[in-house]
Write a new protein. Sequence first.
Length: 292
Amino acid sequence: MGDLANTPCSGCNEKLVGEVIRVGESDHFHVDCFTCAKCKEPLASAGFFARGSSYYCSKDYHELFGTRCIVCSNFIEGEGFTVQGKSYHTQCFRCSQCEGNFNSGSRVLFDNGKPVCETCRNKSLAAARGGSTTCKGCNKEISGRSVVAMEFDWHIECFACNYCKYPLSGEYMVKDGKPYCEADYLNLFGQKCKICDKFIIGRVLQAGGVSYHNSCLRCQVCSKSFDEGQEIFTQDGIFWHTECEPYLEGFGESGSEYFDEEGEGSEPGPGLHSADVDDVDDRLDELRIDEN
């Protein structure tokens, strides 16, 4: 830990004497001074969250800053989604019409702010469609073959990547209501995993402003990944499971830090969030070719 003779306690501002806990890069506390900023319960042997320069127990952090699922109203811990400004537990995110789950790679559409699966949306469009069809791209009448994508009909040549303008066939990705080919989408908006340096397609685990594949971030002790809703402890760039802490030796100082997954100063609550997605896993959409 180094020489702490001239380092004051971050809690009481008195000289550090006896057992000391280091939190983060520069905060040091007497064991009795390291308490929740709201309820003052000790944090030395419990998981905790950081918010700015303050530390909180899990209960108070969620009450003050946590995100509630729009469906069940419970706090979201671990994996969840924030879509169109609304947050969901993964298991609560269902089609509002048939109440079916969205499978991995399923496309998610919205009707009056409510999630709808592609099957239900196509049924609604088919019932409402009648007479001639207009192309979303050029606003001209469609005759012959057409593409049904993003809830609209297009001439095949009009449905193109918003960046490179090359016609899209079979697969595309959506950002702010505009289609992109996979290569341009990833180059313009993609996030790379800190560990494998590959683009992340699907769920993103963010730790201190750094993005990881959920499968790449693993416990220092047991080398296993972290399950949905599982607490992640971290210190000095090392991550571990709660139950693995007794076996952690030779890494950092005594005391452990419960990681604030969103990082200091960010607004959403803890958990995973998908940003600006039209697809629940931000995966590739598929086209359907219609004959008129």
